[in-house]
Design a protein around this ligand. Structure first.
Ligand SMILES: [Zn+2]
Length: 228
């Protein structure tokens, strides 16, 4: 009987710890900025996993047409292959953040030292291209856990999560479904997670920006939204 209770308690604790590691706003291991406290109708747009040689420029074109500025959490090895896109992102007034060098599927299970190295190499690549070390970091898959908390212990930059996850990477979801999901969750101060490496990234962005404009929402760059 006692053992049964012990096992149940351990399962609940383990379950909660796992849940905290995948829930971006749990703040248990790493404190992430997910939503700004404001009543103004403003949101920040963030794009992960680029740059993509054809798709990212299309996303940049749409942002330019709408006069909107965003933040791109780029993968180091992709940035290394397409430095001209990184330069264009900067030149057009957007922000660049670190999203690790490899964006390995194994990242959440890496040792602290490997995580630190993966983050560091992304910094090295971006610093070489832009002349600046990125001041923001977003962990791959938004997963935080004790090794990542340790890896970031002396890394005093802003760790960025999200308030609205679009799920635009789910292949079987239609663009309409993703769009509706984002619209339903819109609220002042929200940080929206999108991807710029998808075939329909630019079309989805157009739909979202039109919707924002029709509903009197403004897009603010992440650092401005949080007053950083
Ligand atoms: Zn990612």
């Amino acid at each position: 009987m006692v053992w049964a209770i012990v096992i149940i308690v351990i399962s609940i604790v383990a379950g909660n710890l796992f849940w905290a590691s995948v829930k971006v706003d749990s703040g248990l291991y790493v404190r992430m900025l997910c939503r700004a406290k404001t009543i103004r109708r403003v949101v920040a747009l963030t794009f992960d996993d680029g740059p993509h040689p054809e798709r990212t420029p299309k996303v940049l074109d749409v942002l330019k047409t709408h006069g909107a500025q965003a933040t791109f959490f780029v993968i180091g090895k992709k940035a290394e292959a397409h430095p001209e896109i990184i330069r264009r992102i900067i030149a057009e007034g957007h922000l660049i953040g670190n999203h690790t060098y490899s964006h390995s599927n194994r990242f959440p299970w890496m040792a602290e030292s490997s995580m630190r190295e993966d983050i560091h190499w992304c910094d090295v690549v971006l610093e070489k291209i832009t002349g600046r070390r990125p001041t923001m970091f977003r962990p791959p898959f938004g997963v935080t856990n004790p090794p990542l908390a340790k890896a970031l212990r002396w890394d005093f930059r802003t760790i960025v999560g999200w308030d609205i996850r679009s799920f635009d990477t789910i292949e079987r979801w239609s663009r309409e479904k993703v769009f509706k999901r984002v619209c339903r969750r819109l609220r002042p101060g929200a940080v929206v997670l999108l991807h710029d490496d998808r075939a329909e990234s630019d079309t989805l962005l157009k739909m979202i920006l039109n919707h924002l404009e029709q509903n009197d929402y403004k897009v603010e760059r992440f650092d401005k939204l949080f007053g950083l």
